[in-house]
Structure formats: structure tokens, C-alpha cells
Design a protein. Structure first.
Length: 382
């Protein structure tokens, strides 16, 4: 008899908790307090609903972690295999007092508070624990979350492959463009993301013609015409084990007619910038150096002013997380880092283009793209 999915997942989570505790020790943190946001599901498999009622994992350096949860939410907490104790509270109780009591019991005084907790929670606890010292919990969790374990890489790989299948439909002309609104094309991409196994669509940006020059364009009522660039940037969340899912995020730019030589030339520069940036993302280089590789190629071609955003962002349980590929980030890349590489060139009022893949650094320290759909500027004239 093999281990069940949930016991495998709980083994992974207890390994994550060990990593968190090791880092708490390094940073001199007595307890980590997690609430809304991605740290909690990453560590426990349970995602707190964004209720006003308090959900808080109290994770002391020494002693049992306790999840303080609204009583009516307790049935949604999966069996955590002894990873933490459950402390459900009723509407007649004061949950802040419960958390305060747990912290006083352990004598914790240096506390790492979830970056995503409600301000009401933070201020109420600070009012009760006036001698405590507070830091952002992300200082403990982010560097660990940024380095994906095997289960996370499997989930990101599956999400990337599912997004690739959507891109294949797009690039083979399977999504009618000319005469459709951006919103219609966006809805079609979203439906395909779900059909390919995502549990949720996080975004499906469709920017056509002049709208393609706005990187985060909200797809709307503009009708797509012939001979336009159309930037399609889409992603969702996919779970392999029923637990919190992992994100996909990719961009392809298509043409609804033959590109002008100006558009073709721009795209050649973009393609080369993206290809070389991916190739440069090996273990041991800094995050900002990957940005610099893409930027210098686009700069040298004279389009530097038109590349108006960072080259990439980390990805995992959240769409955007550490490490960011941006000037000023001298963090060194290591195996397990997963991030987007997505340079773009935007001609205001005229056209735009972006090319994005998710890349993970493999155990040999080499960049492994999780998106492999055609990178060329494809003409879809339907
Ligand atoms: Zn973006
Ligand atoms: Zn994207
Ligand atoms: Zn992205």
C-alpha cells in the first residue's frame, strides 16, 4: 500500500515547516503569525477565506503550531496529519485574546506578522502585546517560498503545460480574432484555461492594435481588425492534489495579417532579448543581470524607452512573488527559483508586443522553460 496523496502532501508541508523554523532561528523570531495571503496555504494546505473573522496560525519556534480559525470554517480545514492543532472559536469568543494567550504561553516576544493580515488584526494584537517586537513574516517565508520544492515544480510544470495547450490553440488560429471584441477573445482564452485543467482564471489580457501598447490593458469592447498586433497574456491556477494551486502565466503576441517591416524588426529584437535573457538565467547570476540582458538588447536596437517594465517576477502559489527580475535586485539565482521572463516593446498609440515564458532553474543550475509554445510572430487571419 502506497502513501496517500494527503500524507505525501503533509510530508512536504512538514519539510516546509522545518525550513521556516530554521530561518526563524537565524532571524531570532519567536513566533510567526499567518493569516490571509499565500503563506498559510503554502504551509498548511488551508487558504483562509477573506472574512472579517480572524484566522491565524500561531507558529512558535518551539512547541506545537495552532491554527485559530472561525468555528464555522473548521470543517474546511483538511486533515493536516498532526502538523498543527486546531483551535476553532465561536462568535461568542474573542479570537484576539486566544492568539494573545497562545503567545503569552510560549513567552514569544519577537513576532513575525503576516504581510497580508487585516490591519484590524495587527493593531488589536499590537495593543495587547505592547512589549513585543514586530517584523514582516515575508522576511521569514519569502526566501523559502521562492525556492520551489519538487511538488511545487511539478505543479508549476503542469500549469505551464496547460497554458501551452491554450497557446497552441491561439497560435494555430483556433480562436477567431478579426471582428471579435477583445473581451470575447479574453473569455474564450479563459474558457480554454479551465478546459485544460486550471481551477481558476487569474487574468486573460487581450490588447489589440493601439491597446497592445498598454501592458496591462483591460480587454474591452474594441473590435479587433485586420493587420494588428494582439498581445494575449493569460494565466490561471492549477492544483495537482486538491490543495492550493500554482499559477501559470504566459504571453504570446499574434498578428491578424502580415506584419509591416517595422513590426517584424521590432519582433526580432524582442525574440532575441527574451531568448538571451532566458539563456542567461543560470544559478549564480543576480536577478537584475537577467533584466539587464533583455534590456541591453532592446536598448541597442533603439527601443529602450519602449520597454517600460521589469523583465520578470517570481511565480508560485501567487502570480507575482519573489524573486523579481528588476534593476536593483542583487539576489543570486539558485536551483528551484521560478520566474517569468517577459520583455515587451510598446509603441504608444500604435502597437505593442510582449513574449513571456515561465522558467525554473533546474538542479544543474540551468534555465528550464515551462512554456514551449511557438515563439515566432504568428499570423492568425481568421
Ligand atoms: Zn504583468
Ligand atoms: Zn503574464
Ligand atoms: Zn508575468
Amino acid at each position: 500500500m502506497g502513501m496517500s496523496d494527503s500524507s505525501v502532501a503533509n510530508g512536504t508541508r512538514s519539510a516546509r515547516m522545518d525550513r521556516v523554523r530554521a530561518r526563524m532561528e537565524v532571524l531570532g523570531v519567536d513566533a510567526v503569525l499567518l493569516s490571509h495571503g499565500a503563506d498559510l496555504p503554502w504551509l498548511t494546505g488551508y487558504r483562509a477565506m477573506p472574512l472579517e473573522r480572524l484566522t491565524m496560525l500561531v507558529l512558535p519556534l518551539v512547541g506545537d503550531p495552532v491554527l485559530v480559525v472561525p468555528g464555522l470554517e473548521a470543517p474546511r480545514v483538511a486533515d493536516a496529519g498532526g502538523l498543527f492543532d486546531l483551535c476553532p472559536w465561536s462568535d461568542a469568543e474573542d479570537p484576539i485574546a486566544l492568539v494573545e494567550g497562545l503567545l503569552r504561553k510560549t513567552g514569544a516576544s519577537r513576532l513575525a506578522m503576516s504581510d497580508r493580515a487585516w490591519a484590524t488584526t495587527v493593531l488589536a494584537l499590537q495593543g495587547r502585546l505592547v512589549d513585543a517586537e514586530w517584523i514582516d513574516a515575508s522576511r521569514v517565508t519569502s526566501p523559502i517560498r521562492a525556492v520551489k520544492d519538487a511538488a511545487e515544480i511539478a505543479a508549476l510544470t503542469a500549469a505551464g503545460a496547460a497554458a501551452d495547450r491554450v497557446a497552441d490553440v491561439l497560435l494555430s488560429g483556433g480562436i477567431p480574432m478579426i471582428g471579435r471584441t477583445e473581451a470575447e477573445v479574453s473569455a474564450r482564452i479563459g474558457a480554454l484555461l479551465i478546459a485544460e485543467g486550471h481551477s481558476a482564471v487569474n487574468f486573460a489580457i487581450v490588447g489589440s492594435g493601439p491597446n497592445a501598447a498598454s501592458p496591462h490593458h483591460e480587454p474591452g469592447s474594441r473590435v479587433i481588425g485586420p493587420d494588428e498586433t494582439v498581445v494575449c497574456d493569460f494565466g490561471g491556477t492549477l492544483s495537482l492534489d486538491g490543495g492550493p494551486g500554482y499559477c501559470s502565466d504566459m504571453t504570446r503576441t499574434v498578428m491578424t495579417g502580415q506584419p509591416t517591416s517595422e513590426v517584424s524588426d521590432c519582433y526580432e529584437v524582442l525574440l532575441e532579448a527574451q531568448r538571451q535573457a532566458v539563456a542567461s538565467a543560470v544559478a549564480g547570476v543576480t536577478a537584475e543581470s537577467v533584466d539587464q540582458v533583455a534590456r541591453s538588447i532592446i536598448d541597442a536596437a533603439g527601443y529602450g524607452d519602449l520597454f517600460v517594465h521589469r523583465t520578470g517576477h517570481g511565480i508560485g502559489i501567487e502570480e507575482h512573488e519573489d524573486p523579481y527580475l528588476v534593476v536593483g535586485n542583487d539576489e543570486v539565482l539558485v536551483p528551484g527559483h521560478a520566474f517569468s521572463v517577459e520583455p515587451g516593446i510598446y509603441q504608444p498609440g500604435r502597437f505593442g508586443m510582449r513574449l513571456e515564458d515561465i522558467v525554473v532553474i533546474d538542479e544543474h543550475g540551468l534555465p528550464e522553460p515551462l512554456n514551449r509554445a511557438d515563439h515566432q510572430l504568428v499570423v492568425v487571419d481568421g
